[in-house]
Design a protein around this ligand. Structure first.
Ligand code: CIR
Length: 243
């Protein structure tokens, strides 16, 4: 993962520290009551730890994406057999569509698909069709900054959205309670709510108090080594509940 793609200028990740941070992440998910399946590392795919990007998983079915970065396309061959264990129905994004699921934000039974450098209009169109067939609604918005839509916005549940100022006036989010982060804490916009606890990156005090002020428990995790390669808390797992 130290050779992962990045737009940051934060230096190379420290591999051992990244492993420690990953173990803390695993412990936190377990403490939140999740059952985990940990996959073996794929040494030839340095970004494969960001397993969120290769699939959209819902209680009704899954979509295997087609990641937009050429170095990541092959990751789907490894996640596909794993998804088959859980999902009888798996849709697959076909070329020329590309989608990174980091651009796919679920808000209750609605999905917002961000068009970005990684997710093209054809990919978004295919994903919209698949999700609609599963019974969800979808809309699309332009990703205006950051790598993915979910790099800058997270849905916490109970009507709360954590967002950078980029999306604070986005009409798609108008009906949600928006917790708007200061620009110096933008990295923490990628946080995840798991069974009522919000996991947030360590070192972002405003985010912590905003989220706690909204009535959530928080748990902070060091994410410095993943931040160096544009990764956040949502990217490191695929989280789903089976019906
Ligand atoms: C990449 O550029 O694809 C990885 N270095 C980071 C992916 C982060 N994934 C995510 O935000 N869902």
């Amino acid at each position: 993962m130290i050779s992962g793609l990045t737009s940051q200028d934060l230096g190379q990740p420290d591999y051992n520290l990244a492993l420690n941070q990953h173990q803390s992440y695993v412990r936190a998910l377990k403490a939140c009551g999740l059952e985990l399946l940990e996959l073996p590392p794929l040494e030839s795919f340095p970004d494969s730890t960001f397993v969120e990007d290769v699939a959209i998983v819902t209680e009704k079915g899954a979509v295997l994406t087609r990641p937009g970065a050429p170095s990541r396309t092959g990751e789907i061959n490894f996640i596909h057999p794993v998804l088959k264990r859980y999902f009888p129905l798996i849709y697959m994004v076909q070329p020329p569509g590309t989608v990174d699921a980091g651009d796919v934000l679920r808000i209750e039974n609605h999905f917002i698909i961000g068009l970005s450098k990684r997710t093209n209009t054809e990919g978004a169109r295919q994903v919209s069709r698949f999700l609609t067939q599963l019974g969800f609604t979808t809309t699309q918005i332009q990703v205006r900054s950051g790598l993915h839509l979910k790099s800058e916005v997270s849905y916490l549940g109970r009507g709360y959205l954590l967002t950078t100022s980029t999306y604070q006036d986005e009409p798609e989010f108008a009906e949600l309670q928006r917790l708007v982060l200061p620009s110096e804490e933008a990295y923490a916009a990628n946080s995840i709510q798991v069974n009522g606890t919000v996991l947030i990156p360590s070192g972002f005090p405003t985010v912590k108090s905003l989220v706690e002020g909204a009535g959530f428990n928080t748990r902070s995790l060091y994410m410095t080594e993943f931040e160096k390669v544009d990764g956040g808390l949502s990217c490191l797992s695929l989280r789903f509940r089976l019906e």
